[in-house]
Design a binder for this molecule. Structure first.
Ligand code: TNX
Length: 476
């Protein structure tokens, strides 16, 4: 019986199917061994006691396992080996991240309180493995975001991209710009009550994520998708007129006044505040679907916008449309759509110091319907059932972009049809582990994936997480 670890590790050898009970003494020994050199892995390992049916030390009959952990410099970045065998646990990792992912794998292996005999060696294919939540169209608060971080980390994703601003709402407090959250955060798509993250919330979420080896990349979407900002500060809009909250789902109709100094002082304040409060190297400044602008105006705007990001010390991510601009070194472009300015991509990859994140909507968009009769989701790109989210290769999906320019894979949850956290998880699960398997570079084996996924479905249900019962999977 193969072990139900997702993403599937690169190499898994199950020895003879033997299992032994998980014991407190062994969890303690592992946590202690890891804590000295990989503290976050040690803290996660300590939580394995929660998987032990009884924690009474009196019922621990067996001799302790010998626990050995340490760095193995020969392993690729974030790689690890794990051997649970013969009364001995060995965990070696390339770095602290590798140790942490080893413990996430272990957490799944011992989920039911039994330790299988197994040897694993593993490392990720892509350095940037992410999930995006659109909390602008429908606001999800810190508790929901933490649950999403838990899921991301469990599936060995290291990036949470928060889409914080759009036409429907502004969701992050900004220093010196109080009206954004006062006037432009009180509604959701369809009319809900919205909400926003205070800077204290944002700091706390980054702490929470960091403990789980996840980096938050905040997105402020400019110059389009900016109706909410224009409610707060009408002087940054092309006509300066007051605006009402937007509850609909159209895209592409809003853009800032590109040359007004009010717009640039707004952009400066926003980017300064976001950069100051973001721990990670990268912030995302949008750039998608500015459909009211000429390509030339858009290009000039994006180049100036990028310089504001650089001025505040950040590296930048943009949606793929920004490929028409001259971009700062180490910019990442997020590919989402075959239809948008793909002709530039190969040249950008060749001529600029730019890399790509693969989020093809037909595979990695968690907001697309699963099937024609799904009630949740959109269908402009494709129907994306779990096999579609699982069975793809980033190099084949991104037109003309050489493999070495692709550094990441990200699953995106847009929230036009989301009205609750249950709706969000119903779109996320089971497709998140499918896209995570692509990001990790797991060997392609859909039947094995399907068998493991069924087990994960049981776990989600026990945690009260709503999920979609894709027909391809024999759910318990
Ligand atoms: C396109 S993907 C958008 C979003 C929508 C999404 C819906 C992208 C960069 N822009 O504004 O929410 O489609 O699938």
């Amino acid at each position: 019986m193969p072990v139900p670890v997702l993403p599937a590790p690169l190499h898994t050898r199950c020895t003879d199917g033997r299992e032994s009970p998980l014991l407190v003494q062994d969890v303690d020994a592992l946590a202690a061994s890891l804590t000295s050199w990989a503290p976050r892995a040690g803290a996660l390992a300590a939580r394995l006691v929660d998987r032990i049916p009884s924690t009474d030390p009196a019922v621990d009959p067996a001799p302790p396992v010998a626990v050995v952990t340490g760095i193995d410099e020969a392993l690729p970045a974030e790689g690890y080996t794990l051997a649970l065998t013969d009364g001995r646990w060995t965990l070696r990792a390339a770095d602290e991240a590798g140790a942490f992912w080893a413990v996430q794998t272990l957490t799944q292996l011992v989920r039911d309180g039994q330790v299988p005999d197994v040897e694993i060696s593993d490392h990720p294919a892509y350095a940037v493995r992410g999930v995006m939540l659109d909390i602008s169209r429908f606001f999800l608060g810190p508790d929901s975001i933490k649950k999403a971080i838990d899921l991301a980390s469990a599936y060995r994703l290291n990036t949470l991209h928060l889409h914080l601003t759009d036409d429907q709402g502004w969701r992050l407090e900004i220093e010196n710009r109080p009206l954004l959250t006062e006037l432009a955060s009180g509604t959701d798509v369809g009319g809900g009550t919205g909400g926003f993250l205070t800077l204290a919330d944002f700091e706390e979420l980054q702490d929470y994520a960091a403990a789980l080896h996840v980096t938050i990349v905040p997105e402020i979407d400019l110059p389009g998708h900016s109706h909410a900002a224009q409610i707060a500060y009408p002087e940054i809009s092309p006509d300066g007129e007051p605006r009402e909250p937007y509850l609909g789902t159209e895209v592409g109709f809003s853009a800032l006044h590109l040359t007004a100094e009010e717009s640039w002082s707004f952009v400066d304040d926003v980017v300064a505040s976001v950069a100051k409060h973001t721990r990670g190297e990268y912030i995302h400044l949008g750039g998608d679907e500015s459909l009211t602008l000429s390509e030339e105006d858009y290009r000039v705007y994006m180049e100036r916008l990028a310089q504001v990001g650089v001025k505040y010390g950040k590296k930048l991510t943009f949606w793929q449309e920004a490929s028409v601009a001259q971009l700062p070194a180490q910019t990442r472009l997020q590919f989402w759509n075959m239809r948008e300015r793909t002709a530039h991509m190969a040249a950008v990859a060749r001529d600029q110091d730019v890399t790509f994140i693969a989020s093809p909507a037909t595979r990695a968009y968690l907001d697309q319907k699963y099937t024609a009769d799904s009630t949740l989701g959109l269908d402009w790109a494709a129907l994306v059932d779990v096999e579609d989210a699982y069975g793809w290769d980033p190099v084949a999906e991104l037109p003309n972009i050489p493999a070495e320019s692709i550094v990441g894979v990200e699953a995106c949850l847009w929230s036009e049809t989301v009205r609750s956290f249950d709706d969000a998880t119903t779109l996320i699960l089971p497709r998140l582990p499918a896209v995570a398997s692509v990001a990790w570079g797991s060997p392609k084996d859909f039947p094995a994936f399907a068998a493991a996924l069924s087990q994960h479905g049981t776990w989600w249900a026990s945690e009260g997480l709503a999920f979609h019962r894709s027909e391809a999977i024999a759910w318990a």
